[in-house]
Ligand binder design. Sequence first.
Ligand code: PLP
Length: 435
Amino acid sequence: MRTSIINEGAKHLEYEIRQIVDYGYALRDQFGIKMTWENIGDPVEMGEKISPWIVDVVSGLVQNPRSWAYSPSRGVLAAREYLADEVNRRGGTKVTPDDILFTNGVADAVDKIYDIIRKDARVLMQSPSYPTHSSNEAKRGDYELLQFQLDPNNDWQPDIEEIHNKIKYNPQVIALALVNPDNPTGMVYKRETLQAIADLARRYGLFLICDEIYVHLTYNGRGTMHLSEVLGDDIPALSFRGISKDYPWPGSRCGWIEMLNRNSDPDFAVYCGALVNAKMMEVCSTTLPQMSIPLVYGDPRFAEVKKTRAKQFEERGNEFYDFFKTIPAVTVTRTYGAFYFTVLFKDGMLDDSQTLPIADPECARFVAEKVKGFPPDKRFIYYMMASIGLCATPLSGFHTSLSGFRLTTLKPERERRMESLHKIRKAIEDYTGVH
Ligand SMILES: Cc1ncc(COP(=O)(O)O)c(C=O)c1O
């Protein structure tokens, strides 16, 4: 018999944030249910307007024939020079333009970096975990993930002792992965937490991976904190940045890897070389968005864009916090970064007998069949979608045993945000019976 096609690990490739959309489309197409989408973190799709001067920069580049050409495999030199300079100005680890490697978005960077790690080595990562990281890590060796908990009762900060023990008792751990600021929790690592993690990496010879795509969006008194500020000159690390959430321009598919302290560990240097070689096979990443980086980030008006957006997400994060903290069935934590909000069900709130009213009996049968064997939070979300036409992402899609769901705070209009929040409140109360 022919050998099977697929790598056993491929079953770990789950991305609930988008997969749930197929179910939403089925509800729409088969039962005419109109859906309000609260699950995808695309600011543009949700109605944010791009600053006209950024649009002008991009329009100007379209007229430049060089933006239509291939670019160097590592990325447009002027952009890498600009970004290397930015790292060096921060104070902390120093880099050269050759330590910056462009990719087609951070998601592409994440996909690559886990893939070329050897199969029996493990990356210890946070839980909840952004699925592009956790699915790629699980896929490589067909493993159960090795994770440390973010603690909702402690501002979602991890317990350093737990991280230490996981490293100590799992000698196959070669790296630690963080998302800072975090998706889905909106947590921002405190400086002392990041420093303690860096110290563990130094002690155990690990490298660090840090997804910093939301680094410009911090608020509620927690400032921007780059990984490169705590590494010294001896801890190797990869940090990811991109323009998807910044300009914001998610359709640009433009991100980059900062390879930090690349030559401090010979093995890590070879690994970084392999990342560059893998990029060469692909020719290059999209040219025009890279060309825009020195022009947008280097424009004095960009500081105002960052400030205004951070303020706006602070207000919305606080608005969500104040709203949900009065609902007895759930618990919430104040956010400090990014534009997500996680709602957790209190223990014992969910069971397999709960439902929400669904007008069409055919649709009710369809949902009941669909949710068999689902984790409790996903079951709640599937009922909510069919009952009130509102889609959020179940927290179980983020490789965690906590039950809850993630919303985005992206809707620009307060009335539209509040309309969704009130509907969700009613769904929680009707489903759990707790008012
Ligand atoms: C933590 C995190 N990393 C990466 C991405 C994807 O970024 P990009 O658009 O640059 O691929 C997202 C998108 O939501 C994200 O939340």
